[in-house]
Design a protein. Structure first.
Length: 450
């Protein structure tokens, strides 16, 4: 049901579901232009037209596919087999393999496209090097001693920012990715660089979880800011930047989310994921399950708000709870977070007044959430959520919609899709990919204009 503050109710009859298709390792994605869908099925690459789901081509890869990645211009697809150390580039128009990248004995652990759709970066095993393959010039160059694989590589405007490690010290190199000329290389003051992010023409470098601090550098290597987050606490678990590059959110192991101002790089606001953060203006939704399925009730009395905290075993050294998910909406107005100590709750913060706008509490832990990539005056910002079950949940400022997917496999059912593990929006925001372990389907929203 869809329950608004005025108690208007909608059912899930307005959605359309495609049939299920086979899937390997969750590798399925829309093309950047929204015209195609590519997915891996064992050692095959299947490309379909989005509107009709008609198969354009079925391509046989060299081995089982570990990664499928569209080129930014949507004309090519790369498939990688890590076991073989080989990546193949496929042309959608020609329906054939146009190039093969063989890493040889150095192995393969990751691959990304360059924004120009002409170059491909591949990471070898053990952080030995990055290979930069040029499709037009048919040549390869190398960047030695990378760190963090593709998580340590960010493309920003005409630059490529890459993390490196030499002699147990962290460095950042800034390249012009048109010709890979080195513009700057500088040492980072971290003990163990864990995350980087680029916003407002600056590089944010977060130290390891055991050193709760971050550094901000300009592209010429000068240090703009250094901020110590805590003393005697663990540091940053997740990090996210708004598309407007006004804010950066740091999700910490302490269960707090720190909002950074990208001009002064100071902590603008700190939010705790506790009942005390709920204000009288916060709309609280609690999932209830009845004979007709799931629905959300609005909690009016916030004084006795009981959040479903999980019991944490502090004797387990590998269990590190904190803000596991933090994502900004397309316009940057909202920030959605999930705290691992209350995994069934999604906290939605309003950037206009820096307060908690909505709290959505499910019956099961939230495993995935994604914002609709399209924002306009005619369309409300929309957050899709999955709880590893047979429902998907859609939040907007108008309310929450619980949609039951009928072909999900449940304890008493025999659907092909299985529990919904991950979700992904189309670039137009009118369709979701619902991914199970071995199958996927598409979910369309024609009635609500979602």
């Amino acid at each position: 049901y869809f329950i608004q503050s005025n108690l208007r109710i909608m059912t899930s009859k307005g959605i359309n579901l495609s049939e299920t298709f086979k899937l390997t390792r969750g590798q399925c994605s829309f093309s950047p232009n929204g015209r195609y869908i590519a997915n891996a099925s064992q050692f095959r690459l299947v490309i379909r037209e989005f509107e009709t789901l008609q198969i354009i081509c079925v391509l046989t890869c060299i081995d089982s596919v570990d990664k499928v990645l569209w080129s930014p211009n949507s004309t090519m697809v790369i498939t990688s087999s890590y076991k073989r150390g080989v990546s193949q580039i496929w042309s959608v128009k020609q329906s054939s393999c146009i190039s093969k990248l063989d890493e040889g004995s150095s192995g393969l652990v990751d691959v990304v496209w360059c924004p120009d759709s002409n170059q491909i970066l591949t990471w070898s095993e053990f952080g030995v090097r990055i290979n930069v393959w040029s499709l037009s010039q048919k040549q390869v160059s190398h960047i030695q001693h990378p760190k963090l694989n593709s998580d340590g590589c960010i493309f920003y405007k005409k630059k490529a920012v890459i993390c490196e490690q030499r002699d147990r010290e962290d460095y950042i190199s800034v390249f012009n990715f048109a010709d890979w000329s080195l513009q700057c290389n500088f040492k980072v003051a971290t003990d163990d660089l864990e995350t980087i992010l680029v916003a407002n023409n600056s590089i944010v470098a977060s130290d390891s979880k055991f050193h709760p601090r971050y550094f901000v550098y300009s592209f010429d290597g000068s240090c703009i800011a250094k901020v110590d987050l805590y003393s005697n606490k663990l540091g940053v678990k997740s990090i996210s930047a708004s598309k407007s590059e006004q804010f950066v959110a740091l999700g910490c192991f302490s269960g707090t989310c720190k909002l950074l101002n990208c001009i002064s790089w100071s902590v603008l606001k700190e939010w705790k994921h506790l009942a005390e953060s709920v204000s009288p203006n916060t709309i609280c939704y609690f999932e209830e399950i009845g004979e007709g399925g799931s629905r959300f009730d609005i909690k009016d009395n916030k004084d006795d708000l009981a959040l479903p905290f999980v019991k944490v075993n502090h004797d387990d050294p590998y269990l590190l709870v904190g803000i596991g998910l933090a994502k900004f909406s397309a316009s940057g107005r909202f920030l959605a977070t999930r705290c691992d100590s209350v995994p069934s709750a999604v906290w939605i913060w309003d950037m206009e007044n820096l307060s908690l706008a909505s709290l959505v509490v499910h019956k099961s832990p939230v495993v995935a959430m994604e914002w609709d990539p399209v924002h306009s005056k005619e369309k409300e910002e929309t957050l899709a959520m999955s709880c590893n079950g047979d429902n998907i949940y859609i939040w907007s400022i108008s309310g929450v919609l619980a949609l039951q997917v009928p072909n999900c496999k449940t304890l008493n059912g025999a659907g092909e899709l299985g529990p919904i593990r991950t979700i992904a929006w189309s670039c137009k925001g009118n369709c979701l990919i619902l991914k199970g372990d071995y199958h996927f389907c598409l979910c369309y929203f024609p009635e609500y204009g979602i």
